[in-house]
Ligand binder design. Sequence first.
Ligand SMILES: C[S@@+](CC[C@H](N)C(=O)[O-])C[C@H]1O[C@@H](n2cnc3c(N)ncnc32)[C@H](O)[C@@H]1O
Length: 295
Amino acid sequence: MTAKKWHDPYEHPSLLKRFATPILRGLHDVLPEPVYEAIYNPAFSLYQWSIRESYARGIALARRDGDSQRVTKMERVYRVMKHSLVGAPGLEHTHDLAQTVIDEGVPGAFVECGVAQGGCAALLTQVAAGDHDGRHCWFFDSYEGLPEPTADDFENGRTGQHIRPLPKGSCLGTIEQVSELLFDEIAADRGQVHLVKGWFQDTLPVKREAIGPIALLRADGDWYESTKCVLENLYDAVSVGGHVIIDDYCSCYGARRATDEFLAGRGVHTTLIPDGRGGASFEKPRTALPEAQVA
Ligand SMILES: C[S@@+](CC[C@H](N)C(=O)[O-])C[C@H]1O[C@@H](n2cnc3c(N)ncnc32)[C@H](O)[C@@H]1O
């Protein structure tokens, strides 16, 4: 594997995760599902609300410091946070990469595979709208939630560092919800933004020609087969200097396995950059190593 090794959240989870995960797993094992949901859902909403409140305080500080670029980024992130599972550090990382490819003139669309309720998609459309050349955005999802994981997703009976299991249908966002967010709330340009409903395995091979070059690719489908399908169908379309985000590289075993296998199989020599929350990204390098040089 050619990717650089770095502080690994698998081995060093955050304090909150270390504290909360065993408690929640224990409760999940002993409580009936409806009782567990009745405890977990409000607790999680409260946790998300407190994160948003503290983020809003961060915006006020950035305003006080006169840091207008940071204020713009944080306001965009704040606007979409409650619609996203990605978390503020992951959203900021996505914002930075989207802005970087615009600033560097890397050609191509913004593509997200795994949209859920559309928070990150809404962020990308806001950044795209700031580009004079007008970037297209493509958002692929079943809009029916996650498929079942497969054997390649599991290690010791678990699929990753989630605080609770993710059965089929989890992370659901409907196409109606996402359309409302993007077109009514964010006022995205309908001519530039494309929502494609269906399983990646069916939609990506059909649409990849229409997408053309890609400047930023977000693979956020959690599972091995989903991540592998995104990379196999779309990596070749990523422009040199473009970026690929694997949102679940550090949180889902299958997403990491699919990425490592793909990079090693293609001899892609690159450095994975953690997003500070559970994902990682890499820049598409100019050349691949000859196969013999790949570890
Ligand atoms: C973790 S969520 C995405 C989170 C989202 N990016 C956000 O901002 O909150 C994962 C999404 O991937 C979608 N998904 C996973 N595998 C898929 C596949 N093979 N085909 C279509 N959609 C898939 C699920 O429907 C789900 O909405």
